[in-house]
Design a protein around this ligand. Structure first.
Ligand SMILES: Nc1ncnc2c1ncn2[C@@H]1O[C@H](COP(=O)(O)OP(=O)(O)OP(=O)(O)O)[C@@H](O)[C@H]1O
Length: 224
């Protein structure tokens, strides 16, 4: 699904990540870990096609409209002069385009996506009025509607309470079971250990790939 070959990601031709080699298979759930500033968000944006590689290759076997990207929590989403319902409805654009109206079936899907994250009661609220955790739930609802095959989630749980993390993690597992490929940037070592079989750690000169059945606890101690 995603193949890295001597890949380094960065900005304005300056690499900020270690060299990444390897492949993320379709239908897998992978954690991307590493210390602050090691380039996790940069690598994710490169996979999303938002940044060109600085060197090497990053091949994603999907068109852009099949890639769902959840950026690190942004105040921008709060500032949209929209209701929660309308913000989530933006997730329909890969199917409708920006200007086509939303039919009854899609309206039902929007409602279901809000139900799936427990946010149906907030459909008419303004994003600016939501707590951090509620906003994350809304952004997950929007992702659900996009019907992407690949989810790239950048620190989706920062500032989110344990109960919300548990329910969003359950949603992630459920989506993986429907066949999605999911990559999540995380700092919470325990969450990684409990939920992820595949881990990519950006450390040193080269990215390290771990499998949870191996002795990666030690490695994660170093890098989360
Ligand atoms: N737009 C940008 N232009 C130039 N450099 C940038 C830009 N954004 C980030 N950087 C730099 O790239 C490096 C990697 O940043 P990145 O945000 O990818 O790290 P990260 O591993 O996601 O960090 P964190 O865990 O703190 O979120 C940092 O040194 C950062 O200063």
């Amino acid at each position: 699904m995603i193949r890295f070959s001597e890949c380094r990601a960065g900005y304005a031709r300056r690499a900020v990540t270690p060299t990444v080699n390897g492949e993320i298979s379709a239908g897998t759930l992978t954690a991307l870990v590493g210390v602050n500033g090691c380039g996790k968000s940069t690598l994710l944006k490169t996979v999303a096609g938002l940044l060109p590689v600085v060197s090497g290759h990053c091949e994603v076997a999907l068109p852009r409209n099949k890639i769902g990207w959840l950026p690190q929590r942004s105040e921008l989403e709060r500032q949209f002069p929209l209701t929660v319902y309308e913000l989530v409805a933006m997730g329909c654009w890969p199917r409708t385009g920006w200007f086509r109206s939303i039919n009854r079936e899609l309206r039902q899907e929007i409602h279901q996506a809000l139900e799936a994250t427990g946010m149906a009661a907030f459909a008419d609220a303004r994003p600016a009025m939501l707590s951090g955790g509620q906003l994350q739930r809304v952004l997950f609802s929007r992702l659900l509607l996009q019907q992407s095959d690949l989810w790239l989630l950048d620190e989706p749980f920062s500032g989110v309470d344990q109960q919300t993390i548990t329910s969003l993690m359950a949603l992630i597992h459920q989506q993986q079971h429907t066949g999605k490929t999911i990559v999540v940037v995380l700092h919470d070592q325990r969450l990684v250990m409990q939920n992820f079989r595949h881990v990519i750690s950006l450390e040193g000169d080269n990215a390290h790939w771990y499998h949870t059945t191996e002795t990666q606890e030690k490695a994660l101690n170093l890098c989360c």
